[in-house]
Design a protein around this ligand. Structure first.
Ligand code: KG4
Ligand code: ZN
Length: 360
């Protein structure tokens, strides 16, 4: 079975071909046209510009995905397209293109949820997670834990009540001069900060010592945890973000020496430890889930990856994290999700519409 996956929910126009044989999924092509350089000029995604750029790129990105995979439309089993959530104008470009492509080639069209697709990127690992499993979705717009009782049946476990982790890295990163999207730059700056604060060269050893360092204990970079402590397992990133903004203002006003790297380390430490804490709680509450999937753009964060790997080892849970190339938005994850939805009989009519709202 061969699937074409099309993604246009935010600032990447992407298409990919994935094959499914004997329960194994393989990526035959994966083309991503990023708009990041354009949006960087504005410090964030400009929805109108994103839609226009998708319209320009989508035909050639799809053609390249088919060509690189060495398949033609007639070989395909179905077309999957991200239909929600995302920027509405951006989603509509992909949905309308996929509708036309499916109709012209007499193919089933499968609407795909963007967060399910992020989770499905983990099905492209060497091994597949076995349901029931827990999925941690961390991206620009989401910080959520789900329980999957099958590859297509998800129920929410906990989530952020306000901002998402990725959005908070982007906003705070911008304030300390990291270009959009700030996640990867924040990650590297924090690594420098952990090492400087602890005097260690090894980042992982430095991270472990961070809480015991003088600079952390002095409270100079003290920030609140975004983990809610009411037993819900939820998050609130707006509190952490506001405290970080206030801290930056204080330094600006007093003119005290400020170390951006140590600040990035302190912020990352709070964010990562909160995610680890709530994931641990979710694992404890779902003892039948012996696998954890970690997905979304923030799953590329090196500190989060290391800490989640430690947690899974401690709890003897198998960890499924997509390779870095499949953590951000891409068409392969859409095609992977499309496979399971298609097997479940999901198929859109010619009235398929896009929606900005969550729909997992
Ligand atoms: O999944 P994604 O590509 O788009 C959404 O669905 O939102 O995620 C993008 C987010 C951005 O906020 C970006 O800054 C963040 O993922 N990100 C990272 C890293 N790489 C990307 N955040 C933390 N550390 C990283 N290494
Ligand atoms: Zn995404």
């Amino acid at each position: 079975m061969l699937y074409l996956g099309i993604e246009s929910s935010c600032d990447e126009t992407a298409a990919a071909v994935v094959s499914a044989e004997n329960g194994r999924l393989s990526v035959l092509s994966n083309i991503v046209a990023s708009q990041i350089d354009t949006h960087r000029l504005y410090g964030g995604v400009v929805p109108e510009i994103a839609s226009r750029a998708h319209a320009e790129a989508i035909s050639r990105v799809t053609k390249r995905a088919l060509d690189e995979a060495g398949v033609s439309a007639a070989d395909l089993t179905a077309v999957g397209v991200t239909a929600h959530p995302g920027l509405i104008g951006a989603l509509l470009v992909g949905v309308n293109f996929a509708k036309g492509f499916a109709a012209a080639n007499d193919l089933p069209l499968v609407p795909v949820d963007h967060m399910r697709a992020h989770i499905a990127a983990a099905y492209l690992c060497d091994e597949m997670p076995v349901p029931p499993f827990l999925a941690l979705a961390v991206s620009g717009g989401h910080t959520s834990l789900y329980r999957a009782s099958s590859y297509t049946a998800f129920s929410p476990v906990s989530a952020t009540r306000d901002d998402a982790i990725g959005e908070s890295f982007d906003k705070i990163g911008r304030l300390i001069g990291i270009p959009y999207p700030a996640g990867a730059g924040f990650d590297r700056l924090a690594a420098e900060g952990f090492c400087r604060a602890s005097g260690e060269d090894d980042v992982r050893a430095a991270y472990k010592k961070f809480e015991k360092t003088d600079v952390y204990k002095s409270g100079a970079y003290a920030l609140p945890s975004p983990a809610m402590d009411d037993g819900s397992g939820d998050f609130s990133f707006s509190g952490l973000k506001t405290a970080a903004i206030n801290l930056l203002h204080r330094y600006e006003q007093t003119g005290e020496p400020f170390d951006e790297a140590i600040f990035a380390a302190a912020y990352t430490y709070r964010a990562v430890e909160a995610v680890v804490k709530q994931t641990d709680l979710a694992l404890k509450r779902s003892p039948d889930c012996r696998s954890l999937v970690v997905a979304g753009g923030v799953a590329a964060n090196s500190h989060l990856r290391a800490r989640i790997a430690e947690l899974c080892k401690k709890r003897a849970v198998s960890l499924f994290m997509p390779p870095l190339s499949l953590c951000g938005d891409n068409g392969a994850m859409v095609a992977a999700e499309c496979h399971f939805s298609y097997l479940d009989g999901v198929c859109a009519g010619d009235d398929l519409n896009a929606s900005a709202a969550d729909g997992i």
